[in-house]
Every structure is written in structure tokens, then in C-alpha cells.
Design a protein around this ligand. Sequence first.
Ligand code: GDP
Ligand code: IMO
Ligand code: MG
Length: 422
Amino acid sequence: MINLVIGSQWGDEGKGKLVDLLGRDADFAVRFHGGNNAGHTVVVGDKKYPFHLLPSSILRSQVVGIIANGVIIDPKVLITEIENVEKDGYSLKNKLIISTRCHLIMPYHKALDEAYENARGKNKLGTTKRGIGPTYADKVSYNGIRVYELLNWELFVEKFKFQAKIKNQILKLFKVKPINVKKSLEEYKKYRGKLLPYIADSYQLLKKAANAKKNILLEGAHGVMLDNDFSPYPYATGSNVVTGAVNTGSGLPDSKIDNIWSVVKAYLSRVGGGPLPTELFDKTADKIREAGHEYGTTTGRPRRIGWLDLEAVKFTTEVTGSNKIAITKIDILSGLKEIKVCVGYKLKGKMIPYSSCGYKELAELQPVYKSFPGWKEDITGVRKFERLPKNCQSYVKYIEKFLGIPVKIVSVGAEREENIYR
Ligand code: GDP
Ligand code: IMO
Ligand code: MG
């Protein structure tokens, strides 16, 4: 069985929770794109784990975690994460594989990310400043340095010196302090020593696992509305988020995937800039932000809040070929008198699909809303769909009908067990 989990909105839909849940039955858990711009939260009892690079189901004892070739790695962040889970008694010995083909995030990538953002001024994109865009840019322009070079230290040094020399010239143009080559090389040599035991050919492992019909769980990051092609670019991230990213990012053919789960948060949130048609600026937004703890897992920034945008989600489920939906954080809507969902976009008096819009259209259009009566009850303790307040049931059924895809899981709390299965 191969399960893929994809965020259907602008990220932070609750993918980490679903991945941990599906991880109960998984043999292998795979990250296949993105980097530590991702922040996926798993809550176990009173402990919260914000995963940035490790697969979110790594805490499950039988799971082997794979960081496949499409992921870009900041070694320092990864080592800290490994040490954090090991400190809590979860040993990663023989439990983690890092692909030789992963590209490395370098100090100059982070410096460039920040320098570009500062130079953009009022047009800044609101990146996480983790070096994501510059690292993927180097990857596609043959200037990247991979985990492969960590295995071949002389090659690493040669490549690093060449790249750092050029990048420092660019940083000079931005009037930014250059990176210290000698110090960076010493640091990366230390990281190398710590990561070597995990480095391997992840493709062979995954191919064998798929042929042996093992249970493989593919963990998407971000959300399709941030996809490098299908976002309102340039308000995007550096990787593709859609289903095809599994093939390029791990080597597994998409045709082998059985379940493509779209994670749909019952409202929406966004960190960073760019248009957000259903954004709320009123007390309801504040209420949802506080109740839902909508502050970035990676950067701590307050998240922008909006009503569920079904026009956008319909597009993302279509483009990813999703066949299962998990709705999350519906408990956060408890206590609202009225709940709205966007069922289409109107621009200059005419309906327009999401796919025809760029950032300019998305900023100008009017969402067409359907309104629902809310419910008052706290629903975190509910485990059967029929026990949910009638208005909450109607909300879920409407989403299901609109998307034409079955809602199989309704998450009603951050904890592992707070779920309704349908
Ligand atoms: P991800 O990036 O998609 O994994 O999502 P994040 O972890 O960045 O943000 C989701 C937040 O909501 C985390 O703090 C989760 O613990 C929490 N969460 C997930 N599902 C639910 C839910 O159904 N209800 C509530 N109240 N919190 C949830
Ligand atoms: P998870 O996996 C929310 C957003 C950033 C910014 C844009 C570009 O936790 O859902 P980048 O640093 O990637 O160059 O920033 O993309 N972004 C996310 N927003 N959740 C994420 O990941 C995100 N990953 C990137 O906020 O707007
Ligand atoms: Mg997140």
C-alpha cells in the first residue's frame, strides 16, 4: 500500500498529524521535496514535535524514515532534529536513510534568501529565509552541492570554494557581509561526520519496498497553493508540491500510489505575502488564530486567516488526483455563529476559475460565499460522525459533495487519538 499526503491549501493544514496517524501501519515514511521551510507538528501526550526534515511518523517504532533525493537539507537543522528525538528515547539507528542525491543548503543560500527579501522592500515575498529558493535555483542551474559530495570530501571542498567565491561577490552587491569560507568548511566537516552513517541510495530501498508491497507513506510538504508552478507565482515555494513531485523527488512512479490524501483545514491560513481571496481581517480572524494557535511552526509568525476557499481546494484536489480527504481543525470553528465557504471567484462581473488567475486577478476578484449556521458544542471528544452537531455534519457533507471525494477522516483535535473515521 502506498499513501501520499498532500496539503490542499497554503500549508499548515495538519499534514504532520495525519502522517503520524497513517504511520501506525507504515514500514517506510518518505519526505520527497522541500526543506526545513516545512514545519509539521506531531503531538504525543503532552509533548509536541515540530518536524522540519525528519518524516513525521519517525516516532512509530517500526517505521524507517527516508529523506529522498528531492529534499534539500540544512545539515545543522537535521542534526538538531535527530538529537532531539534521540534525547527523548527514540533511537534512529538503522532507522533513517538520507539520499546521496539530496542537495545541501549552504550558508550563502540563507544569506542570499535574506538579501533578496530585504532588497524587495515592500514587495517582499515573506519567505522563511531558510535558503530554499536559492538552493533550488542552484540545483537547476548545476551549481548545487549534494550529499554525494559529503561522501567525497575533496570534491566538496573544491565545489564549496568555487561557489562561495561567486556567492560572496553577489552578497557584496547587496552590501551584505560575505560568508566565512574557512569557518563554514570546518562546520560542514563536523556535520559530515554526524550524517555519514545515514547516507545511502534511497532509490534502491524504495524500489525493493514497493516491489515487496511494503506499506510506504509519502509525506508532502507545504501546500499546492505554494507549488512552484500552480501557485500565484512568485508567491510560491521552490519545489513542486503536486503528485508528480513524488516521482522526481523519490524515483517512485506516481502510478504505484494507491491513496492520495488531500488534507483540508476547515478554514485557511497563510504565512508570508501574496493574495489570499478569502482573507479575514476582523475579530473572527483573531478568534480563529488564537483558538487554532495559528502561529508558524517554523518561523513563529502569526498566520493570516481566511474562510475555506473551495474554489482553490477543488483545483488542488483535481491537479493532484486526490481520492481521499482528511478535514482538520474543524473543532476550531466551534462557537462561531456563521461559517462561510468560498464556492467560486467573480472578476468584473464574470466567474473565473482559479487556474486562470495570476496574483493580480487573485488580489482583485470577489469570492462568492455560501453561508452555514455554526454550532456551539466542544467537539474534541467526539469519535463518531453521527455524534457531531447537525450543523457540523452538514458542513463536512457539503465539502465532500463539492469536491466529489470521500471525507475519510475528520480531525477534531491536535492529539493523536482525536479523530473521527468514516
Ligand atoms: P502541517 O505543516 O500541515 O503539518 O501543519 P502544522 O503542524 O504547521 O500546523 C497545524 C497545527 O494544528 C499544529 O499545531 C497541529 O498540532 C494542530 N492540529 C492538527 N490537526 C488539528 C485538529 O484537528 N484540531 C486542532 N485543534 N489542532 C490540530
Ligand atoms: P508546511 O509543510 C506554510 C511559504 C512561506 C512563504 C513561501 C516561500 O509546514 O505546510 P520559502 O521559505 O519556501 O521560500 O517561502 O512559502 N511556505 C510555507 N507556509 N507552511 C509551509 O510548510 C511552508 N513552506 C513554505 O511562508 O510564503
Ligand atoms: Mg507547518
